[in-house]
Write a protein that binds this ligand. Structure first.
Ligand code: DC
Length: 212
């Protein structure tokens, strides 16, 4: 089974995807990490985030061993990833890696922006996670403070709104729900409530399939 979880920045889709993968015994790939790794490589090299040739080279030489680097989680790298990910050639260079990951048995949960629309359009279940921008900014601020980073909630909200705008309006693979995606608004749900709602969706889709 392949489950596609898409949604905007800080929507909680990452935690949800991880929990779903554990629940169903599937592998999990946070695809944002891939774009973050490319952005991080450019920042480290002092390269321009819009330098296509350097960005594509970084995408082609990605080392999955680096995906656990905590520096990738920072807000700064996330914003840089949003810029780098708008380059079509960078996205193209990363498609195969994601599809190969999804295709390996026993299946996988992938979370990102374009999993249900571009990377795995045939995924059995597609969930599009949303939450109010204020709620997302608040959650991100708490996370950043827990990591010991200074975090200004108003600045994070402005950044989230700018990131939504860029992710939704880029020419290639913009952030949008697939036509057959289920919408999950977790603004008023805690993590457990979100996980339960997602499992309910997966079970309803499976039950519907069996009847068909
Ligand atoms: O989910 P995240 O915050 O880790 O993602 C960081 C950026 O990477 C996001 O703003 C846009 C980009 N991204 C993407 O374009 N496609 C994906 N599948 C995942 C992330």
């Amino acid at each position: 089974m392949i489950i596609a979880i898409d949604g905007p920045a800080a929507s909680g889709k990452g935690t949800l995807a991880k929990r779903l993968a554990a629940h169903y015994g599937l592998r999990h790939l946070d695809t944002g990490v891939i774009y973050r790794a490319v952005a991080h490589a450019l920042l480290q090299a002092g390269a321009d985030l819009k330098d296509e040739a350097t960005a594509v080279k970084a995408a082609r030489t990605l080392d999955p061993e680096t995906f656990g680097n905590p520096d990738l989680k920072t807000h700064e790298v996330g914003t840089a990833a949003s810029i780098v990910s708008a380059i079509p050639a960078v996205r193209a260079a990363l498609v195969e890696f994601q599809r190969e990951f999804a295709a390996k048995p026993p299946g996988a949960v992938l979370d990102g922006r374009d999993i249900g629309t571009v990377i795995c359009p045939a995924a059995e279940v597609k969930i599009f996670v949303v939450a109010d921008p204020q709620v997302r900014a608040h959650r991100r601020t708490l996370e950043a403070r827990l990591r010991g980073e200074a975090a200004d909630e108003a600045a994070i909200l402005a950044d989230i709104l700018a990131r939504d705008e860029r992710d939704q309006n880029r020419a290639v693979a913009p952030l949008k729900p697939a036509k057959d995606a289920y919408l999950l608004d977790n603004s008023n749900l805690d993590i457990e409530g979100g996980v339960r709602a997602a499992i309910d969706i997966v079970e309803a889709v499976r039950a519907g399939r069996q009847r068909a």
